[in-house]
Design a binder for this molecule. Sequence first.
Ligand SMILES: [Zn+2]
Length: 356
Amino acid sequence: MSFVLKTTTSNVRSGELSTRAGKVLTPTFMPDGTRGAVKLLTPEQVVKTGVQVVLANTYHLHLAPGEDVIAKLGGLHKFANRKGPMLTDSGGFQVFSLAKVRKITEDGVTFKDPKTGDTVFLSPEKSIQIQMKMGADMIVAFDDVTALDEKGRDRTLEAFERTHRWLERSLAEYQRLTKNMKESDSPIIFGVVQGGLDKDLRKKSLEIVQSLPVGGIAIGGLSVGETREEMHEMLEYLSGLYDDSPRPRFLLGVGDPIDVRKGIECGIDMFDCVMPTRNARHATVWIKGDEKIHLTNEKYIEDTSVIDENCDCYTCISGYSRGFLRHQFKVGEPLAGALASIHNIRYLERLCEDYR
Ligand SMILES: [Zn+2]
C-alpha cells in the first residue's frame, strides 16, 4: 500500500492511494453497494459517475449469501462484477443498529439474524476472516459502537476501551492471515477512532489508532444523531491532531455534500454513505449550492428543465426533464430512482473532483 499526497492546501489534501485492485485518487466518495450492488445501478453505470471504490457491507453479505458462497462464486469482485477497488466495513455498525443484539462480551457480539432468527456471533477475528475471505481490497477493524444509543459517558468509555482492545485483536488476525502475502497483495486495514463527542476520548483514541500499524485511519461514531455543528466541531478538532504518516483518512457513514465539504476541509480523504442513493430512490436530489429538491413536488409537473443544468451526469446530459422524472416517480417506475441515483452520486464525485 502506498499513499502519496500530491498537494495540500491548509488541511485539504489531494492524494493517490495504491490498492491491489488499482489506484484511487482522493478525496473520493464511495457509494454503498450494501449487498454487493449499488441499488438500481449496473456496475458500468456506477463507474461512469466517476466512482473509484464501491463499498460492501460485511454484515449483510455474511448473513446472505455468506462469505463461503461468495468465495465459491469467485470472490467479491467477480460476484459483484466490479473491476476496480472494493472496501468492506467491519459489520460492527450494522450489528448494533440493525440486529437485535443479544449479548456483548469481551469476546464479541451475539445477535439474532433479523430474517431467519438464527443466532450469529461476530468478533474481531471473525469479522477480519469474513472480509479477507470475500476478498475486499480495503477492510475495517471491528469496533464496539454500542455507544450509539447509549450516550452516557460510562458507556462511551466502555465502548471506547473495548474498541482498542478489539482493534489489536483485529490487527493480529489480519497479520496472521496476510503473513504469507506480499505487501502489495494485502488488503489495506483501517483502524476506527471512536470516543463519541468527548474530545479527550477522541484525542486518546486517535493517538492509539495512529500508534498501531494500520494502513488507514477511519473516523467512526459521527453522523449518528448528533447535530451538524457538533460533528463539524469534532472534525475541526481532530484535524489538528493527525500525525504525518501517509495514511488515508476515512470518515464513516457521511455523505451529505455540506458534511463532505467540511470533512475534506478538515483533512478527510474518503467518504461513504447510503444517503445519496437512498435519497435518490425517494426522489430527493441535490442541485447547485447543495440545495435539496424533491422531484415529486407538484411544481415540476410541466417542468422541461433537467435536474441541474450545471451537472454533467448521464441523467442531466441526456436531457431527462424534471416533469418526466416526476411522473416516473409518481407511477413507481424504478427507472426514476436509477436516474436520480446516477445524478446524486455524480454530484458527490464532482464535489470531490473539484477539491482534487
Ligand atoms: Zn445530473
